[in-house]
Ligand binder design. Structure first.
Ligand code: ADE
Length: 226
C-alpha cells in the first residue's frame, strides 16, 4: 500500500515512521509512506501558506494555491481517495481503518492553523475524518494515528493476524484483560482459568470480561444501532 502525506511539517513523521511495527512494515515494503511538504509548492519569497479569513475573525486559513499544486503532484489525475483531517470530520473508527487498509493508494491531507480554504475541500477531498471530540493544532497526529492503524492490518506486519482480529474495536467491542509470566506478581495472581489449558473456558472468560469492560467504559458500543 502506498500512502501520500501532504503536510507543512514532514519532520514530525520521520522518527515515527522508523520505529516499532511501522518501521518493520516500511522496511519490509508492506507499506510505502511518502512525505510531501506543502510549502514546497509556494512561489513567493516568503513561502506563504496561510492568509487571513474572508469575513474576518481569529486565526489563519491555509491558502488554496500551494494545496492545489501539492495535491495534483501526488494525485497525478488518478482516482485516489483524499482524506482531510478536521474536527468537523466523521469519527475515525476501526471499521473505516479496515476499509482503507485494503486500498492500494491513499492521500492524507494535513491542515494546520484554522482550516484549509473550503474550495480545496470541495474539489479534492473525498472524506473528512476526526480522531475525537477535541481540537489539535493540525492534522499530523490524526494522520499518524491512521497510518499506524492501517499498517498493523497489512499482511505480514503483525506476526499473528489473529492478534489484530482480537483487538479492541475489531469485533465492535473492547478487548479483554491480558496477562503474561509470572503467574504471581507482588501477591497478584493471574486468573486461574487462563492457566487451565481449557480453551473453551478461556474464550468464554475473555468474552465475558470484554463485555464487562465495554459496558463499563463504552456502553454506546453495545447499542443495537451500531
Ligand atoms: N485537526 C485538528 N483537530 C483534529 C481532530 N480532532 N481530528 C482530526 N483532525 C484534527
Amino acid at each position: 500500500m502506498n500512502i501520500e502525506v501532504l503536510t507543512l511539517f514532514p519532520k514530525i513523521f520521520e522518527n515515527f515512521l522508523q520505529e516499532s511495527m511501522l518501521g518493520i512494515a516500511i522496511r519490509e515494503k508492506a507499506l510505502l509512506v511518502n512525505l510531501t511538504n506543502i510549502r514546497d509548492f509556494t512561489h513567493d519569497k516568503h513561502h506563504t501558506v496561510d492568509d487571513t479569513p474572508y469575513g474576518g475573525g481569529a486565526g489563519m486559513v491555509m491558502k488554496p494555491e500551494p494545496l492545489y499544486e501539492a495535491i495534483l503532484s501526488v494525485k497525478k489525475n488518478r482516482d485516489i481517495p483524499v482524506i482531510y483531517f478536521t474536527p468537523q470530520g466523521k469519527l475515525l473508527t476501526q471499521k473505516i481503518v479496515t476499509e482503507y487498509s485494503k486500498m492500494e493508494n491513499l492521500i492524507l491531507l494535513c491542515g494546520h492553523y484554522k482550516e484549509i480554504d473550503q474550495r480545496i475541500r470541495d474539489k479534492f477531498v473525498t472524506e473528512e475524518l476526526s480522531i475525537g471530540d477535541y481540537v489539535l493544532s493540525g492534522g499530523e497526529i490524526p494522520a499518524m494515528a491512521m497510518i499506524d492503524a492501517i499498517a498493523r492490518l497489512q499482511e505480514g506486519v503483525l506476526g499473528d493476524i489473529d492478534s489484530a482480529m482480537t483487538d479492541s474495536h475489531q469485533n465492535g467491542i473492547l478487548g479483554c484483560p491480558h496477562y503474561t509470566r509470572p503467574p504471581e506478581f507482588k501477591g497478584m495472581k493471574v486468573p486461574e482459568v487462563l492457566l487451565s489449558g481449557n480453551h473453551k473456558k478461556i474464550d468464554e472468560w475473555r468474552q465475558q470480561k470484554a463485555l464487562e469492560i465495554t459496558l463499563r467504559n463504552r456502553p454506546d458500543l453495545l447499542k443495537d444501532d451500531k
